[in-house]
Design a protein around this ligand. Structure first.
Ligand code: GLN
Length: 470
């Protein structure tokens, strides 16, 4: 069994043909995790016993001829997605021992299909970050070069897949946290249309931006996992009605004016080569004017912290996880939060509280909300004339561990191309497109495609063409 090239689609065929059992497949992953994860640290916890039991149950189901697309498929789950009875910590000290009391809707769906859960993966604390260095439990290393970050915040999920320690994984994406680590680890990552996948049981970061989505080795696998987890859910008030996947035409727009500065030369050349391959494949590539994109990053770093500051108010030392004893209730709150939250989380709560405070909300939060609407309108206008928009996923390849930890603005700039789809609610995919060489190592580089609302079908088609052209 060659785990380094195995896909969900291939494993499905092999399982159904009884070439190997889910138990054998699961054991292979558990062994690989034991061999590699001391160095990589993709997982915060591995559930080998329950994974084996789930695999055995899947094998029985396969024997009965009752297999679904994900029956017996070993997956890794980001640590901010609830699984009943399991610790879910969001890689935070404040939730280190918190156990989920119910299943997230995506987990219910995967359980119904008989998927195997290998463990929970490392992440930036509460999904705030772009490198997985903000985990309270130590960073994850990039399997392509272990002196570098895997990206973030779903860096554990991305490293688990690229390091052959899971067949696929779930992550969450608020401003790039699936796509950017997918790009840095050389795999596919999909940020789904806002409302297409239920957020019920996902720990909220920025509720108007968050989506759960797949990290996989191929575009086909991303589609399989997306199909398994999507669907209308009455437990999520922002859930969309179910929709069929449609493919549209072959016109790709490039907002050139937005890409003039700050992009690594190697990343630029991978981007241009990919556009050339698209043209050779019969696509039309056209410049699009999206004048408000330069405001996306500052708008994101107002709206996201604003929502973070409200969402994280629930961690008060009473309702969930850590509680630090003190003489007054107010002291319990402040002590628990002071001990439980790391520096980036505190920074965002401070920024968020400030931009929402009376006297400043008009100047910051409401202004940002208005500009967000302009960004949305930019996308709507662009999609009148093109079927998808192309951007780099991140401005550079994976950076060194520690390189940006003391410079929050440099870290935020990592998200310049990934935050806009979340602000607009539209879907976006990162697909491996090439690599750049650094210190004698080939570092993967992703290519990002953004689609209109409910436009995943188009993204899959174009991304597959990019996969084929390589
Ligand atoms: N890197 C971005 C941030 O720090 C995005 C995080 C995410 O998508 N969860 O906010």
């Amino acid at each position: 069994m060659d785990l380094s090239s195995l896909t969900i689609a291939a494993a499905r065929k092999a399982l159904d043909a009884k070439d190997f059992s889910s138990l054998e497949l699961t054991n292979a992953y558990v062994q690989n995790i034991a061999a590699r994860d001391k160095e990589i640290h993709a997982y915060l916890e591995v559930w080998e016993d329950s994974a084996r039991a789930e695999a055995k149950a899947a094998d029985e189901r396969i024997a009965k001829g009752d297999a679904k697309p994900l029956t017996g498929i070993p997956l890794a789950i980001k640590d901010n997605i609830l699984i009943k009875g399991r610790v879910a910590s969001s890689a935070s000290k404040i939730l280190e021992n918190y156990r989920a009391s119910y299943d997230a809707t995506v987990i219910t769906k995967l359980k119904e299909q008989g998927a195997v859960f290998l463990g929970r993966t490392n992440m930036d604390e509460f999904a705030m970050g772009s490198s997985t260095e903000n985990s309270a439990f130590g960073p994850t290393r990039n399997p392509a070069d272990t002196s570098r970050v895997p990206g973030g915040s779903s860096g554990g999920s991305a490293a688990a897949v690229s390091g052959s320690m899971a067949l696929a994984a779930l992550g969450s994406d608020t401003g790039g946290s699936i796509r950017q680590p997918a790009s840095h680890c050389g795999i596919v990552g999909l940020k789904t249309t806002y409302g297409s996948v239920s957020r019920f049981g996902l720990m909220p970061m920025g509720s108007s931006l968050d989506q759960i989505g797949p990290l996989t080795r191929t575009v086909e696998d991303a589609r399989i996992l997306f199909d398994a987890i999507r669907g209308n859910d009455t437990y999520d008030s922002t859930s969309l009605p179910d929709y069929p996947l449609k493919e549209k035409g072959k016109v790709v727009g490039v907002p050139r004016a937005f890409m003039k500065e700050g992009v690594d030369d190697g990343v630029k050349s991978v981007f241009e080569k990919t556009l050339e391959a698209l043209v050779k494949g019969g696509y039309e590539v056209r410049d699009v004017d999206m004048p408000n994109l330069p405001y996306a990053l500052p708008v994101y770093y107002i709206i996201c912290p604003a929502e973070v500051s409200t969402n994280l108010a629930r961690y008060d030392g009473i309702r969930y996880g850590l509680s630090s004893p003190a003489d007054t209730i107010h002291e319990v709150y402040t002590k628990t939060r002071g001990i439980g939250f790391g520096p980036e989380v505190r920074r965002r709560i401070l920024i968020g509280t400030f931009v929402l405070s009376s006297g400043y909300a008009d100047a910051y939060y409401r202004k940002a909300r208005d500009v967000r609407n302009l960004i949305r309108a930019d996308f709507e206008r662009a999609f009148d004339s093109v079927d998808a928009i192309a951007l780099p996923t991140a401005p550079g390849p994976a950076f060194k561990i520690g390189e940006k930890t003391n410079d929050p603005l440099a870290m935020y700039l990592e998200d310049i191309f990934s935050v806009t789809p979340n602000l607009a609610g539209v879907p976006a995919i990162s697909v491996p497109a090439g690599s750049v060489e650094r210190d004698d190592k080939e570092l993967p580089v992703g290519f990002q495609l953004v689609g209109p609302m409910r436009g995943e079908g188009t993204l899959f088609t174009i991304a597959k063409d990019i996969e084929k052209s390589r």
